[in-house]
Design a protein around this ligand. Structure first.
Ligand code: PMV
Length: 290
């Protein structure tokens, strides 16, 4: 028996555009996934999942030359299809468990690299931000193929993560954005330039604790995400509830199409007003980043 752990994540700025080569900013969350592997007759999980989870598991186990079968036991409160990195947390946790099984020590960068094999099965063309965030604590500036840069936040961020209850399919949404890039190259490269500028402004705002600016940049990022077609009516609804309840800014997080939106509040106390507006319609939880 061997065990491993991975973190949930939230992308604060730059999802989707990061797949196409611009920078993004994300942070790991305190929600975790634990994976336990035990040799077994067949490759199976203790939870109901699609074949894709088994395929990703096989890819990861094979990369460690673990050709036998295992029972993979998953324990987590990370919702799947919600933009919180269920698949990346799973891949990272399984990599760590496989490394223990093999008696190999891996640092977090090696873990993230190995977990990419699983993410590729799940998402087709992942940027690598999710598996990086799932393997380490803290906030980072990330660009595809480059070493992530840790970001030191001046003030902790009080974020409310709101789940629309609708699943988003990352693979399809990423493919949809690639299609827009192909069909409207000028429109897309203009948007990429704007997004890149926004991400660097956000980095400065995080480092200087400028919450008002961060909120405005979240709203602007949401507008860019709308323009590449990854928002959804359910997301727009929770975003407007958050904004009407005093959020400094709000946007979808992760792949979109459903899943979660994040809203930034000045303080933990300020998140109370939105609890009443949301009521029991959506599930939500608070996260402090930094
Ligand atoms: O929704 P998630 O947790 O799968 O996040 C995907 C983030 C994307 O930027 C849309 C894809 C990627 O690989 O970076």
């Amino acid at each position: 028996m061997a065990e491993g752990t991975g973190f949930a994540k939230t992308i604060l700025f730059g999802e989707h555009f990061v797949v196409q080569g611009s920078h993004a900013i994300g942070a790991s969350l305190s929600k975790e996934m634990k994976v336990k592997i035990t040799p077994s007759e067949e490759l199976k999980l203790n939870i109901k999942t699609g074949q894709i989870v088994l395929d990703a598991s096989r890819a990861i186990l094979d990369s460690f030359d673990l050709s036998g079968n295992y029972l993979i036991e998953v324990e987590t409160d990370i919702p799947s299809g919600a933009g919180m990195g269920w698949s990346a947390a799973f891949s990272v946790a399984l990599v760590r468990a496989a490394a223990v099984e093999k008696g190999t020590f891996l640092d977090w960068e090696e873990v993230a690299e190995r977990a990419y094999a699983g993410e590729k099965v799940f998402h087709g063309n992942p940027s690598g931000i999710d598996n990086t965030l799932a393997s380490r604590k803290g906030a980072i500036l990330f660009k595809r193929g480059e070493k992530p840069v840790p970001i030191e936040l001046k003030e902790p961020l009080h974020i409310l993560i709101m789940h629309t209850g609708k699943m988003g399919i990352t693979k399809d949404l990423v493919a949809g954005v690639a299609k827009i890039k192909e069909e409207k190259p000028e429109f897309f490269s203009d948007l990429m330039e704007k997004e890149e500028k926004l991400v660097f402004e956000a980095k400065v705002a995080l480092e200087s604790g400028d919450l008002e600016k961060l909120g405005a940049l979240m709203d602007l990022n949401q507008e860019y995400l709308r323009q590449v077609g990854v928002s959804a009516p359910e997301l727009e609804k929770v975003i407007s509830v958050a904004k009407n309840s005093g959020a400094l800014g709000a946007k979808l997080t992760g792949a979109g199409g459903g899943g979660c939106a994040i809203a930034l509040f000045k303080s933990k106390k300020d998140t109370d007003s939105i609890r009443h507006s949301i009521g029991t319609k959506y599930s939500f939880f608070e996260a402090q980043i930094g």
